[in-house]
Design a protein around this ligand. Structure first.
Ligand code: 6R9
Length: 663
């Protein structure tokens, strides 16, 4: 390390607080600290500020209807359409030639859609969907990678009032089938394949396998030809249609945006929970879109003139809110990148920032840790001076990674927003406002104006600053989920039961529990400590341990499995699987490979176990519950917690020895 670096490292090590530059503050969308009080004093009417960012076709009667908690309704009676807010109004307001989407393919091709282009494509595809029989309120499943047809299809669905359910392209055929079955979805849009690290992947094969597992009739499947000559030569089946052929058929057609009620469903997004069944999170048109637009404005500081880039995948909530809906509602230019950050070289993202002169960049801590490992020479070889603001999301960011990001990507000039939120919250909840707040690396920040979050103990009493507790949210907010699809009961039991008086009609008795541990400091800054349920966070992706376990016990020769998250330098957490074999089976290399393949096929490559440890028994309490905490200690090489309540304490050391032998 050069001397200058050592000095810098030493200084950074000590610096616990950072301020946004005067230059940033002067231009920020929100820079007056009185906004916190203003929202508090004027709650819930303060949320009109969010609704005002949209064009409404019919005024709402009430900002919040909280007469039936926790089934809150926002902007009730209001009418609007999300696609017309994200597309038409910018075309009409004289911005038709502004770039809406800049797409960068992994192999280097680029595509540019102005708002006029987007308008044309969204209309044509809306017409195509209608012609396929899609009606208002039909759920359309989109199983697509990062290609422009994905946001086009989302907006086309929104235009005709058909909720979309996007399934991450990296998920398995089985995951697709489960989600289509759960949503009773009879329409699918997918593609032939896409590129990963230069290789063409066969996606249609996986989609077809998924379709075989759908337990009801599927009316229509639309297939984008992404690979052209690199394709796998699949013939389209009877109900399968080529995207471009449909677009040609509907060339130039216009579809009037359907007037949706503020509370009508905009989309469903499946996410992992404690049980094996993924949860279908329902988001609505008025509240969700207002909230996505407001947080994009206030936190990401997006202006229409900006080039903004969120490197997430649209298959996750981050991509929904902060690649598609928020940025497009504000009429900015949103960048989409198809591939991986290290292809063809480790400076791909910085090359892209330089090429498009990106102003705002939003990514995940796992990516930042990978960049750190690859080294500063990659960002240093590119001109990143266009950047004004940086953001992170998905998992806690350690201060070292925060400071590296601040120094080597942001040139110590860009504020960083560390944004805590969830699929269920629809948009950001806890973060500093970049034009106002002091930043403290490692702490996300205070709750946003109008968001009422607290850290409590198991009895719901607020804990002292510095003490670990549970994060709770005490007031509703517009972007919140409205329920779990067709399962109001599970909605209550998953998110509300823990801290609410569920017999009460008084909204003050209802408290939302996100299942994260957290602590708060004297200044009200919240540090998120991670999930307290059986969900692990691998590279910012939420995975249920139960889902992975059920994929593993589905493998021939496996009797029982327990999955926990172990610390991982890059991924944050990695999957550790402890497996008991069935009689007559060996815990050998063959079984290990079949287990990894089973997880791959059941969920997708992101859930693949880092380690598979065969063991004759799992540590269990006397009542027969698996002691996951101990398995986590083993995975992390930590000192073992209390084993005295175990029925079989001796097994822990045996497992520990095996884990060591593997590392
Ligand atoms: C947006 C998104 C939600 C879970 C959440 C928490 C973790 C997200 C975080 C963070 C620490 C942050 N999480 N942002 N932890 N700091 N800034 O990631 O949604 O996929 O539903 O995951 O991710 O544990 O509960 P989702």
């Amino acid at each position: 390390m050069a001397d200058g670096d050592i000095e810098l490292e030493a200084r950074l090590e000590e610096q616990a607080e950072f301020e946004p530059s005067a230059e940033f503050v002067a231009q920020a969308n929100v820079s007056d600290p009185s906004i916190y009080e203003e929202f508090e004093e004027n709650w819930p009417e303060c949320w009109e500020r969010a609704a005002d960012l949209l064009d409404w076709d019919g005024d709402y009667d009430e900002v919040l209807d909280d007469s039936n908690p926790p089934f809150y309704e926002w902007f009730t009676g209001g009418k609007l359409n999300a696609s017309s807010n994200c597309v038409d109004r910018h075309v009409e307001n004289g911005d038709k030639n502004r770039v809406a989407i800049k797409w960068e393919g992994e192999l280097g091709e680029t595509r540019t859609y102005t708002y006029q282009d987007l308008y044309r494509e969204v209309n044509e595809f809306a017409a195509a969907l209608r012609a396929q029989g899609v009606e208002e309120d039909d759920v359309v499943t989109l199983y697509m990678p990062m290609i422009p047809e994905l946001p086009i299809a989302m907006l086309a669905c929104a235009r005709i009032g058909a909720p979309h359910s996007v399934v991450f392209a990296g998920f398995s055929a089985e995951a697709l089938a489960t989600r289509m079955n759960s949503a009773d979805s009879r329409y699918l849009v997918t593609c032939d394949g896409y590129y990963r690290r230069g290789d063409a992947l066969d996606h249609l094969d996986k989609a077809n396998e998924g379709l075989d597992g759908v337990d009801h009739g599927v009316e229509s499947v639309v297939v984008v030809d992404r690979l052209g000559d690199d394709g796998f030569g699949h013939d389209l089946k009877g109900n399968q249609h080529d995207w471009s052929a449909l677009m040609d058929e509907h060339d130039g057609e216009r579809v009037a945006p359907v007037e949706r009620d503020a509370e009508d469903m905009l989309f469903l997004m499946y996410t992992s929970g404690t049980t094996g069944q993924p949860k279908g999170v329902k988001h609505t048109t008025g509240g969700y879109l207002s909230y996505a637009a407001w947080t994009s404005h206030a936190v990401l500081d997006i202006e229409p003139e900006d080039t903004y880039w969120c490197s997430a995948d649209i298959g996750w909530i981050t991509g929904h809110s902060y690649i598609v809906y928020g940025p497009l509602a504000l009429g900015t230019t949103t960048v989409m990148y198809e591939g991986t950050p290290d292809y063809p070289t480790c400076d791909r993202l910085w090359e892209t920032v330089e090429k498009y002169a990106v102003d705002i960049f939003y990514t995940a801590p796992t990516a930042i840790r990978a960049f750190m490992k690859w080294g500063k020479k990659f960002p240093e070889s590119r001109d990143l001076s266009s950047l004004r603001l940086l953001g992170t999301v998905g998992e806690p960011i350690n201060p070292r990674a925060w400071k590296w990001y601040h120094k080597y990507i942001g040139n110590e000039d860009c504020p960083i927003v560390d944004t805590w939120w969830q699929t269920e919250t629809g948009g950001m909840m806890i973060t500093t406002l970049p034009g106002i707040g002091t930043m403290k690396p490692g702490a996300a920040g205070p709750p946003l104006p109008g968001v009422d979050a607290q850290i409590v103990d198991t009895n719901g009493e607020e804990v002292q600053p510095g003490r670990a507790g549970y994060l709770t949210v005490n007031k509703p907010w517009p972007g919140m989920l409205r329920t779990l699809y067709k399962n109001d009961e599970r909605y209550i039991s998953e998110y509300w039961r823990e801290y609410s008086d569920t017999d009460s009609d008084d909204p003050d008795d209802w408290v939302y529990f996100p299942e994260d541990g957290a602590k708060i400091d004297e200044d009200g800054y919240i540090t998120i400590l991670g999930r307290v349920d059986d969900v692990i966070n691998v590279s910012g992706h939420r995975l249920g341990t139960m889902e992975i376990e059920s994929a593993i016990v589905g493998v021939e020769g496996v009797a029982e499995a327990a999955v926990v998250g172990g610390d991982h330098e890059i991924k944050g957490e990695a999957v550790y699987a402890y497996v008991i074999t069935e009689d007559g089976y060996e815990g050998d290399e063959d079984l290990r490979e079949r287990i990894i393949e089973g997880v791959n096929d059941g969920i997708g490559p992101i859930a693949r176990p880092e380690k598979v440890v065969f063991t004759p028994e799992l540590p269990k309490t006397r009542s027969g519950k698996i002691m996951r905490r101990l398995l986590e200690d083993v995975a992390n090489g930590d000192e073992l917690g209390n084993t005295s309540t175990l029925r079989n304490p001796e097994i822990v050391e045996e497992i520990e020895a095996k884990v060591h032998a593997q590392s």
